[in-house]
Design a protein around this ligand. Sequence first.
Ligand code: ZN
Ligand code: ZN
Length: 254
Amino acid sequence: MKLCTLGSGSKGNATLLDFAGTLIMVDCGFGPRELARRLERVGVAPADLDALLITHEHSDHISGAAAQVARFNTSVYMTTGTACGWTDAERVEPQILRAGVRLKIGAVQVSPVAVPHDAREPVQFVFQVGAVKVGVLTDLGHISAPVYAQYAGCQTLLVEANHDLDMLRSGPYPPFLKRRVAGEQGQHLNNDQAAEFVGHIAATGPLQTLIIAHMSSKNNSSERVADAFARTGVAVPNTVFARQSEPSDWLSLV
Ligand SMILES: [Zn+2]
Ligand SMILES: [Zn+2]
């Protein structure tokens, strides 16, 4: 069993999980040609995908979904709210999922988890096969109680560390955008929030692999992320930074 990101950031997101025979993609923020190119880099053909799970209707997560489904008849799952916010929903007819209601895809148990984000009904996902537990968590303003509860015990975690607060404050974004990203009801985790959360999860079990995702190209750097983790004393054996421009290597889940 293994995981890779095809790319991560505000210009497009997609994460692949290969559970020994069941191939699941979380989000599809790349158009068909770019998706095929990135999939080829990791040895997968678009027709091989068993299921596509969509977290929310923002274009960096959904823009390539309709083309993938129309062309390859991939099963696509999303919440009612996400489907309502998606212009292609009628044509593609997604399968509806709900936060807190588990579903099975092949041998994989999928738990959709509600998150605070400025979309209609956003969710993120926890996957379990036997003792293997993997969490994917991006696009949320803060860590809510259900997130702490559902992600406890993950051995592998892909988590957003979107921005460094100081870089955001002094950076090029206009005030309204700074507020959207980080304000009272901010929409993305900053490095300190991410580090605090990872420390919490590491305390619940053997967290082996950490993928830092959805980093802002203007308001963050891998050095700032590392500083934040060092401040909270969190060290995960295998830590990888997901990049916008290219896929990661495959990372083993066991
Ligand atoms: Zn979003
Ligand atoms: Zn996003």
